[in-house]
Design a protein around this ligand. Structure first.
Ligand code: MN
Length: 278
């Protein structure tokens, strides 16, 4: 078992060290992470400049690699051959703040895991639901959970398209009430545009505002964290809104001057429905 460990907070982040340490009991570990903080950087493919990789050391003296690309670039580098050995699992994190609801599209932690799945390698993203007003981050709890989740996934089935988004309450491990398998909940952002003026009188902007909140509905990632439970959300990279495809087919597309759309036969239509298994 060969595990690639990456993150979006950069190679010096404490969460990367504890995740690498937690994975060492499960297999061979290679660490390849960004050389700086990419939080909120989303899913990136760097193709207009070269990527460079340097050797680095984690706080415990162990070997790592630091690349000047995004988290998803780090995964691509590793899986395209920078790491010659076959990689069986990619883990990303441990992010200090939660990645729930709509965060998954912004999150470097989660998109690093998505990149692995695009390459056909199962992946798990780990985030601690830290609070910006709370000084303490319970990385030891998150490391215990990460080890347990990765071990359980290995003992069951590591399928190529498995993408798990794990959020962990920021509590001592004795206060964790259990594990919930959840769906993505509703994130509420409180972003506001902060316009300022540069020394030459030209306007510039910060996307600012207050810390986002979320709706703690039962069965969602937010709901689990609100109950001090670990949230495991299985994600898919296929974002197709299958319900909407049915609605769109009923619209009158022929009133426009575009070429007439091909009529879809019943058999062909059946193929376009949501796959039941993959
Ligand atoms: Mn981060």
């Amino acid at each position: 078992m060969h595990i690639l460990v990456t993150n979006d907070d950069g190679v010096t982040a404490h969460g990367l060290l504890v995740l690498a340490q937690a994975m060492r009991g499960l297999g061979d570990v290679t660490v390849l992470a960004p050389d700086r903080n990419w939080s909120g950087g989303g899913h990136v493919k760097t193709v207009h400049r070269p990527l460079r990789v340097e050797e680095a050391r984690l706080e415990d003296g162990s070997m790592a690699y630091a690349a000047d690309g995004a988290p998803s670039d780090c995964v691509a580098l590793a899986l395209l051959g920078f790491i010659p050995e076959k990689i069986d699992l990619v883990v990303s994190g441990i992010n200090p703040y939660s990645n729930m609801g709509h965060d998954v599209t912004y999150s470097g932690t989660v998109t690093a895991a998505m990149e692995a799945v695009i390459f056909g390698v199962p992946a798990i993203a780990f985030s601690l639901a830290g609070d910006e007003n709370q000084a303490r981050f319970y990385y030891s709890t998150a490391a215990e959970v990460a080890e347990q989740v990765a071990r359980t996934a290995m003992q069951n089935k590591l399928e190529a398209n498995m993408l798990l988004n794990v959020n962990i309450p920021n509590k001592p491990s004795g206060e964790i009430r259990g594990i919930q398998i959840t769906r993505q909940g509703m994130r509420i952002y409180h972003s506001a545009l902060d316009q300022r003026q540069d020394p030459r009188g030209k306007a510039y902007y910060w996307i600012a505002g207050s810390v986002p909140s979320g709706v703690p509905d039962f069965g969602t990632d937010f709901g689990a964290i609100a109950e001090n439970s670990v949230s495991i959300t299985p994600l898919k990279v296929d974002l197709t809104d299958f319900g909407r495809t049915m609605q769109l087919r009923r619209w009158n597309w022929e009133s426009h001057s575009l070429p007439k759309p091909t009529m879809t036969s019943g058999a062909r239509l059946a193929q376009l429905q949501q796959p039941t298994a993959s």
